[in-house]
Design a binder for this molecule. Structure first.
Ligand code: SF4
Ligand code: SF4
Length: 284
């Protein structure tokens, strides 16, 4: 079961939720897709780590064969090729490595070379296999790194996907194979605005979803009212708690050091799994 954890912005508690849901499973794979700024590993401190480099193919123009016909330029929908002076220039940062320009070139003037775009670091932390995607500095899109990260499937019952914040294409790539999406939100006006962004996204992708409200304070129920209005299921409410905040900012995994939080996240994971079973049963 693949459970994606999203939030409309950073700092809502998305990684707190993702890390702790992985920890309370019997055995889990935790995948950090926030490849621009991954931080789940700071909590897990994984052991026996291995590194895998992620490359992708970029076109290379052989100027001795190219007759400047422009067919490749006209073909590229990403504007990653341009005829400048008497040369075809490749803008590798916006190339999507589709390989189409190579196919349409009538002079066979295009070959491809590998370009390093990031890496995946894998390791183990007690009952959790931790996979972290990291983009190369200067790369413009996390999508190829996330795609490589999610392709590496291992045989575990619970997979927790810690998505990038927001609702851009990197989040779409992260949730595309998810069985369930958990939307983490804060009970503020800004929090509701961000919740609405990720709600619209999972609705568009037709993904089963529920909400975890974090930093809940007595008497402030703007996010709760939003969920009622949209008929969104609230799976769990995490109270604003200084002890939790301190443990989290010290890099501790709260469910590993506090029995109350362990029970709370275990109940939350159970509720999510029941939701997924319910959705699966109603689909069949
Ligand atoms: S590989 Fe695809 S995206 Fe890249 S330059 Fe060629 S046509 Fe454009
Ligand atoms: S399609 Fe081939 S020959 Fe034509 S401009 Fe591009 S690289 Fe040159």
């Amino acid at each position: 079961m693949r459970i994606a954890v999203l939030s409309g912005k950073g700092g809502t508690g998305k990684t707190l939720v993702a890390v702790n849901l992985a920890c309370v499973a019997d055995y889990a794979q935790y995948i950090d897709c926030d490849a621009e700024e991954p931080n789940g590993h700071l909590f897990f401190k994984p052991q026996n780590t291995e590194e895998k480099i992620i490359n992708r193919l970029i076109p290379v123009i052989d100027e001795t064969k190219c007759d400047l016909c422009r067919k490749c330029v006209d073909f590229c929908r990403f504007n990653a090729l341009a005829l400048i002076g008497n040369k075809i220039k490749v803008f590798d940062k916006i190339c999507h490595s589709c390989g189409g320009c190579k196919i349409v070139c009538p002079q066979n003037a295009i070959t491809e070379k590998e370009k390093r775009i990031g890496k995946v670091i894998s390791g183990t932390s007690e009952n959790v296999r931790v996979e972290t995607g990291i983009m190369e500095v200067g790369e413009s899109s996390a999508v190829p790194v996330i795609s490589a990260l999610l392709a590496d499937k291992i045989d575990v019952e619970t997979v927790i996907i810690d998505c990038p914040p927001g609702s851009a294409c990197s989040v779409m790539e992260s949730i595309k194979d998810a069985d369930y999406c958990v939307l983490v939100a804060e009970p503020t006006l800004f929090g509701v605005h961000n919740l609405n962004m990720v709600y619209e996204l999972v609705k568009a992708f037709k993904k089963p979803h529920g909400v975890i409200l974090n930093k809940c304070v007595e008497g402030i129920d703007i996010a709760e009212n939003y969920c009622k209005e949209k008929q969104l299921k609230v799976i769990s409410r995490i109270k604003f708690d200084k002890e939790l905040g301190k443990l989290n900012s010290d890099g501790e995994i709260v469910s590993r050091v506090n029995a109350g939080y362990k029970a709370m996240f275990a109940d939350t994971l159970k509720s999510i799994k029941e939701e997924v079973s319910h959705e699966t049963a109603s689909d069949s």
